[in-house]
Design a protein around this ligand. Structure first.
Ligand code: NAD
Length: 255
């Protein structure tokens, strides 16, 4: 019996990497999936791939930083697919630029990363709040190892701040929305091989060494490694889990 039958799931940043894998995994478990991304063409390709594999999926173009557009998409998804019961806030960016770098770039990185990773999570969640309350839904936010610590190397303080914020937001909403039967959790991926970090993986062996020195499982993760935790947190398998973060990081924080 599929674990997400009768669910309608929204996945942001679903055109690529982790979000794309989660969308496909949810469809395999019987959910109808709305793939939301600023990259409309790639989101439609991902939705098409799901449909060709026998799943149910539709794509929607959205920049999560635009609050009014988030509200409009929530209305369109409700009209086109029905009441949303699962929301995955996955859209995110990173730029590995230290605080001491040239100020114009540091200012831009701060504004963009906070706007997408943190404010975007807020905007989309608020837009789908009524639907999630009506369905006693589940929210899954994508945090990071950097929800707890800063990973050394040239790295953006904005990214660490945004992912700490995502975990704080997860806990705050879990506390407030529990009485409506809405569960709110996060996933903390380690280094996962996606386009987000393709350049550093190709050009920065020191960074990869830092990750691998902290990874008992001895390998980088694949997007598929995040799918199991995402299904768990969206399904009734996690019926008494809220305000938690499931780390899928190869054991990074043990060493
Ligand atoms: N890859 C990793 O190692 C890793 C580790 C920890 C956490 N994460 C987090 O996982 C999430 C997914 O990352 P990924 O590695 O799959 O990256 P990715 O670059 O492969 O995918 C990110 C997706 O988000 C979309 N996106 C970017 N800005 C957007 C916006 N304003 N509105 C809507 N969509 C937007 C992109 O178009 C892209 O499709 C991010 O939140 C990231 O911070 C990734």
């Amino acid at each position: 019996m599929p674990l997400l039958e009768d669910h309608i799931a929204v996945v942001t940043g679903a055109a690529s990497g982790i979000g794309r894998a989660i969308a496909a995994g949810y469809a395999r478990e019987g959910a109808q999936v709305a793939l939301v991304d600023v990259n409309a063409k790639a989101a439609e390709e991902a939705a098409q791939e799901i449909r060709e594999a026998g799943g149910r999926a539709a794509s929607f173009a959205l920049d999560v930083t635009k609050r009014e557009d988030c509200i409009a998409i929530a209305k369109r998804v409700a009209a086109q697919l029905g009441p949303v019961s699962i929301l995955v806030n996955n859209a995110g960016i990173n730029r590995r630029n230290p605080f001491t770098a040239e100020p114009t770039s540091v200012f831009k990185d701060w504004d963009d990363i906070i706007a997408i990773n943190l404010n975007g999570t807020f905007n989309v969640t608020h837009a789908f709040l009524d639907a999630l309350r009506a369905t006693k839904g589940r929210i899954v936010n994508i945090g990071s190892i950097q929800s707890f610590m800063h990973v050394r190397t040239p790295n953006s303080p904005a990214y660490t701040t945004s992912k700490h914020g995502v975990l704080g937001f997860t806990r705050a909403l879990a506390a407030e929305l529990g009485k409506y039967g809405v569960r709110v959790n996060a996933i903390g991926p380690g280094l996962i091989e996606t386009p987000l970090n393709a350049q550093v993986r190709a050009n920065d062996p020191d960074l990869i060494k830092i990750f691998m020195d902290h990874t008992p499982l001895g390998r980088a993760g694949k997007p598929e490694d995040i799918v199991g935790p995402a299904i768990f947190l969206a399904s009734d398998l996690s019926s008494y889990v809220t305000g938690s973060i499931v780390m899928a990081d190869g054991g990074y924080r043990t060493i």
